[in-house]
Design a protein around this ligand. Sequence first.
Ligand SMILES: Cc1ncc(C[n+]2csc(CCOP(=O)(O)OP(=O)(O)O)c2C)c(N)n1
Ligand SMILES: [Mg+2]
Length: 1010
Amino acid sequence: MHRAHTAFSLALSPMAHKNFATWLLKSSSSQQMAKVTAAAAVRTYNSAAAEPFANGSTASYVEEMYNAWLRDPTSVHTSWDAYFRSNSYVSPPNLAPVQANTLPLTAFNFGGAVAGAAPDSKTIDDHLAVQAIIRSYQIRGHNIAHLDPLEINTPELPGNSSTKSIYANFSFEPSEQDMDRQFKLPSTTFIGGDEASLPLKEILNRLENVYCNKIGVEFMFINSLEQCNWIRKRFETPGVLNFSPEEKRLILARLTRATGFEAFLAKKYSSEKRFGLEGCEIMIPALKEIIDVSTELGVESVIMGMPHRGRLNTLANVCRKPLNQIFTQFAGLEAADDGSGDVKYHLGTYIERLNRVTNKNIRLAVVANPSHLEAVDPVVQGKTRAEQFYRGDQEGKKVMSILIHGDAAFCGQGVVYETMHLSDLPDYTTHGTIHVVANNQIGFTTDPRFSRSSPYCTDVARVVNAPIFHVNADDPEAVMHVCKVAAEWRATFHKDCVIDLVGYRRNGHNEIDEPMFTQPLMYQKIRKHKNCLDLYADKLIAEGTVTAEEVKSVAAKYENICEEAFALAKTETHVKYKDWLDSPWSGFFEGKDPLKVAPTGVKEETLIHIGNRFSSPPPNAAEFVIHKGLLRVLAARKAMVDEKVADWALGEAMAFGSLLKEGIHVRLSGQDVERGTFSHRHHVLHHQLVDKATYNSLQHMYPDQAPYSVSNSSLSEYAVLGFEHGYSMTNPNALVLWEAQFGDFSNTAQSIIDQFISSGQSKWVRQSGLVMLLPHGMEGMGPEHSSCRVERFLQMSSDDPDYFPPESDEFGVRQLHDINWIVANCSTPANYYHILRRQIALPFRKPLILCTPKSLLRHPEAKSPFSEMSEGSEFQRIIPDNGPAGQNPSNVKKVVFCSGRVYYDLTKTRREKQLEGEIAIVRVEQISPFPFDLVKEQANLYKNAELVWAQEEHKNQGSWTYVQPRFLTALNHSRDVSYVGRACGASTATGSKAQHIRELNALLNDAIST
Ligand SMILES: Cc1ncc(C[n+]2csc(CCOP(=O)(O)OP(=O)(O)O)c2C)c(N)n1
Ligand SMILES: [Mg+2]
């Protein structure tokens, strides 16, 4: 297949047609053109060097492919299919069929040749040359298009005309006469409209206009002829850029509002940062056009993610958020509700309104985001996916996402790439995102020359075959056309596309910054450059579409609207964070006791039913060939169900299955989660003989259950965790879990953890019950697979180490209500089961950070009887000592508090040393919020005992620094608790097995001694 690909690309490469297609490469001395030449040369050299086949008998191979294709187009690779369909291959005369929609060359009168006679070889060459030129325009026209309003990057072409440069380099050196010669148009162009042929001059003019004017379309890398033709048609068809007077007036009105909004803020709040859109105001009409066209095509809900630039304008003029609410944000008022809030250009919003153009109701959400550029991208995608899921919108026809980017961030931030790679994955796709780049050709103080190595800031999108529409932001009509095509593209193919709005930034990075410090020449140009609204108004006045008075009156009207809202904002005394919520959960909190937790135990028969299903092969077991090893796994599960005990995987399945039964959708996502990194889960059974035939028993627990989804993700933490966080925001009645391969890999998603999960509720009054499963434990696997860095999560917990909340029956739930997230390390399957179910039983939602085990997954003692999961049982924040020590506390000399898997090592050592009566071991299962009440109770039970905290992590890691001050508070500083464990360390764990065992033994000996 690779061979076919290489031959395909070489055969199509204009470099291969040396005679006639090098014009575009030779024709310019500009830097841009040099780049094109270099890129093309490198590409050809690389392909040939890597593939000796390409230097050999390519022709006979191509012929072979062609013969096969003639017999059956599906028998060859799609790339060959596309190639042959494009008519680019000239086959031997006896093989060439006449295409249904094309005329043979002989049907043309070539410069006086007799119609019907066979064309001479020069005529054929000239035609091929013209075909190649057309193709070259399609491939490379964007490189010399006039995209930059400041004309800093406009190519310098000889004689200032790119068409003339073509004459000069044209292989057959066309005379004036040649320019008037009629050429047949291939089926891969639409420039002719209804004409099958055109004079060469006209062909070149039309191509110049389509591909080298204010729009640069980058699409010829797409591996689909259908999609390429679709795009060609939308840009090449004569007249596509003709707008009616009404359409022009609408663009002008929208541009007036976008410009007027920034001007109004500049006037009223001259010293405030607002990250204005000046220089790229067309983004507002552009977004509105995308939304209008998408709504016409059936979209009902649009979820947007965007950075700082132009955000307030988007809220005001795209979402139509009341202007007074926006202005109130500038007033520095106190908040009327809970939360710590955020700066105005990060806040989200949710609006339901009538789209006046389409007369349809539409929901618009702008997702709140942190300063961390592009971090919101996967969150938006997850939220969009979830909304599509709950609406049953399996093809993304009703819900869509729009992501807006800055040019520097789009190419600089890796999460953009990670998010792009989710776009076509079955369990992550949102069926096409429209990306809009507000490309002001600068990032803070850095020019593109120093901020990226790719020609365009949009090159990242090429990896997913997304077409890229570059457009000069000073040409409103070109921008609107591109937006219309983008919306139609998404509705047709449900794939991503990018609009690159090339504008400029009129002010500094923010309004207080001085841009002349760093970009003096650029800003000299900007100072002299008329703004887009004025340019467009002049154009419309000159062509007679509007009058100067009309232009003024539209602007004045909008200013009045702003003034009225400004006056209204002055009467406000408080801001309300709730006004800025992006994901309202209608009805969820209504009528609920905020401190009442539903029971998490279920009937034993439910457990048995789930267990039996989970341990059974599919109903058609005779036909479905299961791997022998998995048959053993299923048999072991069945034996456990018969004994009424559960291991970790079964406990998890009990939690999922029982929630599904209750109508709660469960979604588990992460790398290799279907099987489980440690091969313990096996939720998806694979038919050993049939590809893609799978069985997932959790999807078949009950006929009326909620949907269960378990998905191996792409190898990304940042994007996938962000995605699941977004998913969890949409609907509170779902258990959404993300599992890290090993806990420490979650640190590549740190800004999702820091900026969204730990602080989202406080900043944006938005709740999430997302569960992070983080395999954690020191098991001699070396530094990188041992620690999920639980200390970091604990350090970000918001409970006060010095404050012991009032004791009451509701102590536990009140703590959960007040904290930002929950951190736990469960030691039994039953507790794992309960804590998962508790996520849904709570009357509010909190993220759960869960250290999960590795070796415990198979530990014979890490099993729970069904009685610990059935009715009446519940999550145990602390598991007291139930053995001789706990039964006879007065004999106990030492209480070892611990958390997680080390418990099993400690009990083993205690058994070996026969100290079961003298040493109590108490497990702190929920570390944060800290169970002050239960720790106090346990300490009181062992009045005379020494209290220690034992952990396997190094002293500066693990839970110690978190629990120590809280122990003292719980004990009212009347007793001390000391540390037993490894010394401080820079690394999480040793790479030496021997040292690991030495360290563990020392810890166990220190802890289990009296
Ligand atoms: C991840 C991250 N790194 C650094 C910054 C600091 N920062 C804020 S805006 C900005 C420049 C962004 O440039 P661009 O993406 O082109 O957007 P523009 O401001 O030009 O609209 C930088 C570096 C940030 N906000 N986020
Ligand atoms: Mg920028």
